[in-house]
Design a protein around this ligand. Sequence first.
Ligand code: PLP
Length: 294
Amino acid sequence: MAWRYALLLAPAASDDARTDFSGTFTPIDPSAPALSVGELSTQRGDGIFESIGVVDGHAQEVSAHLERLAHSARLCDLPVPNLGQWEQAVAAAASECPAGECVIKLILSRGVEHGPTPTAWVTVAEAADNTRARRDGIRVVLLDRGYDSGAPERAPWLLLGAKTLSYATNMAAIREAHRRDADDAVFVTSDGVLLEGPTSSLVLRQGDRFVTPAPGAGILHGTTQLSLFAHLAERGFETDYATLGVDALREADAAWLVSSVRLAAGVTSVDGARLPYDAGFTAELNAYLLSPRD
Ligand code: PLP
């Protein structure tokens, strides 16, 4: 990944009413060391993040990402971010994006061990080329998440609805999918409820109805899925959240894993069994997702 730009933020309080926060963030060399060895983000993965897709300099769905950052902060007992400050930092970062597709990452960590404040930074990098997944689709395998569907309520300290920096298990799931000759994974609870991909939301098509696992199930509420559902509803389709068993995926008329940077990747097979794949419709969804969205 080619890092283009980075900003270090001095986090402002959520009730700081300033209108100009430009003095609170500083550009730093994206290829030089920047974090203290005492950083809890690197020591413990103790922090939260967002990845925002940027298309030809336009950062997509910024408000939805900032709202989710604030939601994650609340779940993790981190100081609630000042969204005005982050919005201005995102605008500064987007202005550094070249034509084509980039990714802006927002990171808010608990800070340096025993330190007084959280650490916050923003990076800009060129996005990977996702043409193939968007055009040809992806093969997925179902992987047991290792907990049942009651876990989010029973054990809120698992932080299941937060986008935390602790993604080692998500990355391990993708490696396991590769070992099983697939491209990606779909997590399932130990009692057989569909969840999400390790870095994406699951959307199923059932006739003219589009359905996705309900966010209360301990998954992230995807900004791409939200945006896609608004678009599909505008086109006259029914959209819904539901508790879905694994057969709902195996019997779907189509399925996609959707996320901010890869966008819509159609599922072509589940555990080696083929699933109907509509390349034309997927191309339409990606054309929408690549258009400027706020
Ligand atoms: N679920 C998980 C676990 C993710 O990591 C992501 C994105 O990274 C998503 C869902 C999709 O979220 P979004 O559409 O906001 O990128």
